[in-house]
Design a binder for this molecule. Structure first.
Ligand SMILES: [Zn+2]
Length: 274
């Protein structure tokens, strides 16, 4: 971890930057590990069939942007997803692996680079714009990932977790210029919901996210949430997410932005401060 990149002020003197991000995994992470159960795959297909549409309708209702990190194979299986995400003109598409491959297990820089470039090329074509944001599948870097995403020219990464505000990644003691928009296992829903989840009451999700948002608001930094259409797209968690969005919308000085917009802004202000 390098220097903190939270700026002295956000655009329009906002008190906090909010980035809602969605990892559109659907079946990709199951196929990557050879899962063939139609039942298991159908529960992931839910993300494409029901979850994503619900999320997009909610974002449209509040007219807010979000960042969608997509394994290319998820878009191959469901080609309607990227056009649906891009329709409003507010959202960002980011890279989330070729087939949600677990990078530490590949143990090959060449194979990792091949899959990365294949994913970038596919998403560039499908979205009509080269992605600038990267999130590692399963949020897991290998020893090759940072050099490879630097070489590929990404503006920012969103896989590491050393702070709950934007920071610069350092490699071998040298600043890389790569912006990190950090995530966290408490700021996602998968540990609480789904097959191995232990959430007794979906209301608790709202309480957790709201308390994190309130803290980021007080500190004047960033609140970044990472959710999955095949999990959060269900009715009960959607209610909690919408409640959270309505709460954040009710506060003055909240800048809803994509990861790209936040990364560009903090990079620019850090440069000016030098
Ligand atoms: Zn994922």
């Amino acid at each position: 971890m390098g220097r903190k990149l939270t700026p002295k002020s956000w655009p329009n003197n906002a008190k906090v930057a909010v980035c809602l991000s969605f990892d559109v995994d659907n079946e990709a992470f199951l196929l990557a590990r050879g899962e063939t159960s139609p039942t298991t795959l159908s529960a992931a297909d839910f993300g494409a069939q029901s979850g994503l549409g619900r999320i997009l309708r909610m974002l449209d209702k509040y007219k807010i942007p979000a960042s969608f990190f997509i394994p290319a194979v998820s878009a191959v299986i469901h080609p309607e997803q990227i056009p649906a995400i891009l329709k409003s003109g507010r959202h960002e598409i980011g890279v989330h692996g070729w087939i949600h491959e677990f990078l530490p297990a590949l143990q090959s820089a060449a194979e990792e680079e091949r899959l990365l470039n294949q994913a970038i090329d596919f998403l560039t074509k499908a979205a009509g714009k080269r992605p600038v944001g990267y999130r590692a599948p399963a949020w897991a870097f290998s020893e090759y990932t940072l050099p490879l995403i630097r070489k590929a020219g990404f503006l920012y990464d969103s896989s590491l977790q050393a702070m709950d505000e934007p920071y610069e990644i350092v490699a071998n003691g040298e600043p890389t210029g790569m912006v990190e928009l950090a995530i966290d296992w408490t700021l996602t829903e998968t540990p609480y919901l789904g097959r191995s989840g232990t959430m007794p009451n979906p209301e608790l999700l709202y309480q957790l996210y709201r308390a994190e948002f309130d803290g980021a608001y007080q500190e004047g930094t960033m609140f970044l949430l990472t959710l999955h259409p095949h999990v959060t797209g269900h009715r009960a968690p959607m209610q909690q997410l919408e409640k959270l969005v309505a709460y954040m919308k009710s506060k003055p000085g909240v800048w809803f932005a994509t990861g790209e917009q936040i990364a560009e802004y903090v990079k620019k202000t850090a440069k000016e401060a030098r």
